[in-house]
Each structure stands twice: as structure tokens, then as C-alpha cells.
Design a protein around this ligand. Structure first.
Ligand SMILES: Nc1ncnc2c1ncn2[C@@H]1O[C@H](COP(=O)(O)OP(=O)(O)OP(=O)(O)O)[C@@H](O)[C@H]1O
Length: 558
């Protein structure tokens, strides 16, 4: 892969975003000095070579032309849980939406108790992906991790956590391929495995996580740091292997857990010789299907080949197209597999709709009209091309909206700053390309807009190109809409169609996942407004899903 930054007309990276609190933390090293590389969330230089390039951007013509978080009850933490070395990090964690769902972040006005009851209801429903019979205690996790989970507000495991953890923690270690719907807690499953397996007396890297983008790598490192906060005193160090957070030349990477993007990790191991992988016993690929596909697959294989024999391989994603799953089985031989039928992949709490527009230009007008009508906590607008993102940003800003735009065209430092503005709520709307379609966990997001329907040239197997032009990109659609409706929340996914081609593509995607999207028409804005307001209101009020769906239907029937 080239080190050169692509131009705006080049394809955008397909990947994921960062999940949360990560960007705010800087942990001192074991001697109390700030360590710029270990578990830091300082901004870094983005090297294009680090992120996947996938041909998902169409040469579409560019268009011509919010409710703030309520503060969380951070002071209500039991004293025992905020003591000691974990204090700072936990306090930070409490300030971020992504870890504190139950603590009333992101515009939830209800008392904590009500919200907890709702989540508990979902976790008691055997058909819900958040359901579990067991407690975290029954999964035999070490006491420090139980304390970390408790402070994060994780009271019960989700289905994937309950099923994956016993398989992951078994000795001798076995490989695992794990699939579950977006926002159901896969990160905690693989992070708890790593935190359970490391030897804290050794500073050498023992677990390696590869993720497709710097934002997601930073987010995962953040989760590991927070979840392991009570192990910090015992020497836990989590290292972020993304550009600009790297150790000075000649200095070895220290940290039991290393999380990075494949390009940087490879560079650290082979070219710079700063990452000693002889002690690695767990290799995890998050968003594994995209990591094994096209450009990143080769790099991941190269990294894997440099690791000691008999390391545990863990692959997680919400999507595993059959051919990738086949390849995944070679990458993770004899793996235990937790997979889902394609019809079960969509999250029930995400209401899928489409807005029928007559032309490309009408799409833009509809977008502006739409944001004029609605107050949305936070939303993400996905576009196919960087220049479309820039143009929408320019025009929406001119209309007085607080927007931010993030694409692979930005350098790492700028990306971090833009993303932080969105996480903080300083920007309510994030306009982005597929670079942020996967993994990113910002719980204030109540709406995802597919301004352009995602397309791909990939055949669906590693390295295979689709011959007859682009096809609808089922996986990217699912990951994009999964940025809302996380861990039991409700959200809206609104796709814009303008003409037969985009309509056909959307219908094909919906057929693939067995969903029937609701049509909204630009000819009846009253109906659009009533329908969406009913859903958004219920999302914020945290009504049970069935109830909010019912109210939404009522709104639509008006
Ligand atoms: N057991 C739990 N109890 C409460 N909240 C949880 C639990 N597990 C995870 N969460 C929260 O759920 C959200 C989604 O988790 P996570 O980001 O791991 O989802 P994911 O399955 O990796 O999604 P994606 O496929 O989009 O990457 C996060 O904000 C996380 O903090």
C-alpha cells in the first residue's frame, strides 16, 4: 500500500471509528511519568498507509450548491470503586457517553433507575442479543475486572459476551470466530479475554489487536484501559500503535496489550524493530471480515506469520460474508464459531427508512429541509466521496448547523480533533465516508443517514473484484446503520434514494437482510416530521422497543 495520501477522488477507507472515552485519557507510566505511547489518547499523525483503501466511492456528482448531553451522575459512584489508581481514568470514563449508558448520558432525562430497568428488561428477553442467563461473576473473571465492569455500568453480560467468554478463556486456548449484531458488546468480550490472559509482571507485549482505523484502535485501547483500570496499580499498560503515539526511535514498545492498525504494527515490528512480538499469545482482529479482505488481508497475514506458534486467534465482527468466513477459518484454524443467520443481523431498535428524492440535487435540499425540521442529539451522514462530504459540510455550516466532516483526506491529528468535537457534542452532525462506518461507539447518535447508498466492487471474497460494476455493499450498510441503536437503544437509519439505481440497490440490501424499510416522501414533509419525531422522542425517553415501535407506527399512520 502506498504511503501517499489519496486525492479526494480516490476511494475512501472502509473502516470503523473510535468507540468512546478513549480520546480523553493519558495515563502516566508505571513510574508516574506521562508516557506518550502507552495507553495515550494524544492525537497522532495519520498515515494513509495505515488504513484500508477500498473501492467504495462512486464518482457521483457533488451536490451543487440537536440536543445536548445531560450531565451524568458521576458522583454517585460507590467510594470503594473510585479509590486508588483507577480514580482518574474512571472519572474520565464516567464523563463519556459510550461507557455510561446506564448513567443517563446523551439527553436521557430519566432517572438512572428507569433506564436500568429498561436494559434489564431487554437482557431478560431470550430473543434479544443482550440476553444472558449468567452474571459476569459466573464467568469467573478476576476480581479487578469485575470491579472495572461494575464501574462502567456493565451489570450483566450480553449474549455474545456470555457465549464467547467461556470459549475464549478455556485452557489450552482455542481460536474463536465470533459474530454478533452491531452494538452488542463484542469489544468487551475480546478485551476481557486479553485482560484475563496477560501476565502483569512482564512488560513485554502479550496480546495484539488489529483494527482497520486509527479511531477504532484508539477506542479499543480506551476500553482495555478503562476495563482494566483496577489492574493499573499492578502494572497494566495498554499501548496504542497508531501514528504519532509511537515511542521515540530505538525505544521498545512496552505494554502487555498493543492495539493498532496493521500498517503501523507491521512497521513497528519489521522496519523499526520496536515491537517485540516473541511474547504474543493472543492475536485479535476486530472487524475481522474487513481486516481479512482486500488490502488489509495481506498485512494481517504478514503480522500473524511473525508471531510465535500456538497463539490464540480471535476474530470478531458483526458481518462475516460466507467467503470471508471460509478464509477466516484458515486464518484461525479449528476455531470455535459463533455465527448468526443473515436475517438475524439487523438490530431491532434501528428503524430503517428511506427518503424518496427525485434527483441528486433534491437529495441535498431534502437534507437541509430535514435538519431544519428535526432536533437530533447527534447524527452521522455517510457519503460515498470526500468532495461530497466537504461540500455538504460547507453548505450546512452556511445554514448555521454545527457540523464536522471527517474523511481519510485528513491527517491523523486533524482526524482526532474532528472526531473529538463530535464525541463531545460540539458538533452535532458528522459527515463522513466509510472510514467511520465500522466499530465507532458514540451513544448520542440517534440517527444515521445514508446520503449515498454504499456500493462495492468487491466480489465478497478476499481480493476478488466484482466484474459487472459496483454492487450494493450489504456489509457496509449494516455497519453504517449500526452506529445508532447501540446496546438496547433505539435509533433511525434513513437512506436517501434518487432514481432507479439507488432504489434498486437499497431494495437489494433490505431483501438481503430481510427488512422492509418504511418509505418517507419529500412530497409530504408533515408526515416525515411526525414519523421521525415520534421515533426520536421514544429513543430519548428510552421506552421499551416494542412500545416505541408502536408509537412510531402511530405517528406514521396519522
Ligand atoms: N454488558 C454490558 N452492559 C452494558 N453496556 C455494555 C455491555 N457490553 C457492552 N456495553 C456497551 O455497549 C456499547 C456497544 O459495545 P461495543 O462497541 O463493544 O459493540 P460491538 O458489538 O463491538 O459493535 P460493533 O459491531 O458496532 O463494533 C458500548 O457503549 C459498550 O460500552
Amino acid at each position: 500500500m502506498s504511503d501517499q495520501k489519496p486525492t479526494s477522488s480516490e476511494p475512501e477507507a472502509s473502516g470503523s471509528l473510535a468507540k468512546s472515552f478513549a480520546d480523553r485519557l493519558t495515563f502516566p507510566d508505571s513510574k508516574g511519568k506521562p508516557n506518550p505511547s502507552a495507553s495515550t489518547f494524544t492525537p497522532g499523525n495519520f498515515s494513509w498507509a495505515d488504513d484500508a483503501e477500498t473501492p467504495t466511492e462512486e464518482k457521483a456528482p457533488a451536490p451543487k450548491s440537536s440536543e445536548p448531553k445531560s450531565s451524568k451522575p458521576t458522583s454517585s459512584l460507590p467510594k470503594a470503586q473510585t479509590d486508588g489508581a483507577a480514580d482518574d481514568s474512571l472519572e474520565m470514563a464516567q464523563k463519556d457517553g459510550a461507557t455510561t449508558w446506564m448513567n443517563g448520558s446523551e439527553g436521557l432525562d430519566e432517572p438512572e433507575f428507569d433506564v436500568n430497568v429498561k436494559l434489564a428488561d431487554l437482557q431478560d428477553d431470550p430473543n434479544n442479543p443482550l440476553y444472558s442467563v449468567k452474571s459476569f461473576e459466573a464467568l469467573e473473571l478476576r476480581e479487578e475486572l469485575l470491579r472495572g465492569l461494575s464501574v462502567m455500568g456493565f451489570h450483566k453480560p450480553s449474549k455474545i459476551q456470555e457465549r464467547a467468554l467461556p470459549l475464549l478463556l478455556k485452557n489450552p486456548p482455542q481460536n474463536l470466530i465470533g459474530q454478533s449484531q452491531s452494538g452488542t458488546g463484542k469489544t468487551a468480550a475480546f478485551v476481557l479475554n486479553m485482560l484475563s490472559r496477560i501476565n502483569l509482571d512482564i512488560k513485554q507485549p502479550q496480546c495484539l489487536v488489529l483494527a482497520p482505523t486509527r479511531e477504532l484502535a484508539k477506542q479499543i485501547a480506551g476500553v482495555a484501559t478503562i476495563m482494566g483500570a483496577f489492574l493499573k496499580d499492578k502494572g497494566l499498560v495498554v499501548f496504542e500503535a497508531v501514528p504519532q503515539t509511537l515511542p521515540p526511535r530505538g525505544q521498545q514498545v512496552e505494554g502487555q496489550i498493543v492495539v493498532g492498525t496493521p500498517g503501523t504494527v507491521m512497521d513497528l515490528i519489521q522496519r523499526k524493530r520496536q515491537l517485540d512480538v516473541r511474547g504474543i499469545k493472543v492475536l485479535t482482529l476486530d472487524e475481522a471480515d474487513s481486516m481479512l479482505d482486500l488490502s488489509m488481508g495481506d498485512q494481517c497475514k504478514k503480522v500473524k506469520n511473525l508471531l510465535p506458534k500456538n497463539h490464540q486467534v480471535v476474530l470478531f465482527s458483526a458481518t462475516f460474508p460466507p467467503s470471508v468466513l471460509q478464509f477466516g477459518s484458515l486464518f484461525a484454524p479449528n476455531a470455535n464459531q459463533i455465527t448468526l443467520e443473515v436475517e438475524k443481523l439487523t438490530v431491532k431498535g434501528i428503524k430503517q427508512m428511506y427518503l424518496d428524492c427525485n434527483s441528486e440535487e433534491e437529495k441535498y435540499n431534502a437534507l437541509v429541509k430535514f435538519y431544519g425540521l428535526m432536533t437530533i442529539a447527534s447524527s452521522i451522514i455517510f457519503v460515498a466521496r470526500r468532495d461530497t462530504a466537504a461540500e455538504i459540510e460547507r453548505r450546512m455550516t452556511a445554514e448555521g448547523h454545527k457540523v464536522a466532516s471527517l474523511s481519510g483526506a485528513l491527517e491523523g491529528v486533524e482526524r482526532d480533533a474532528v472526531f473529538q468535537r463530535f464525541r463531545n457534542g460540539d458538533a452535532k452532525v458528522l459527515i463522513t465516508t466509510n472510514v467511520l462506518s465500522r466499530g465507532i461507539d458514540v451513544q448520542t447518535v440517534t440517527m444515521v443517514i445514508n446520503y449515498d447508498i454504499p456500493e462495492t466492487y468487491a466480489e465478497g471474497g478476499p481480493g476478488q473484484q466484482h466484474r459487472g460494476g459496483p454492487r450494493p455493499d450489504y456489509e457496509t450498510y449494516l455497519h453504517r446503520i449500526g452506529r445508532t441503536g447501540r446496546f438496547g437503544r433505539t435509533g433511525v437509519a434513513l437512506s436517501f434514494v434518487s432514481g432507479k439505481r439507488s432504489w434498486d440497490q437499497l431494495m437489494e440490501i433490505c431483501k438481503h437482510f430481510g427488512v422492509e424499510p418504511t418509505k418517507l416522501d419529500t412530497a409530504d414533509w408533515d408526515h416525515v416530521e411526525r414519523t421521525l419525531k415520534a421515533i426520536m422522542k421514544n429513543s430519548r425517553n428510552a421506552l421499551p422497543l416494542q412500545q416505541s415501535a408502536a408509537v412510531a407506527e402511530e405517528g406514521m399512520g396519522d
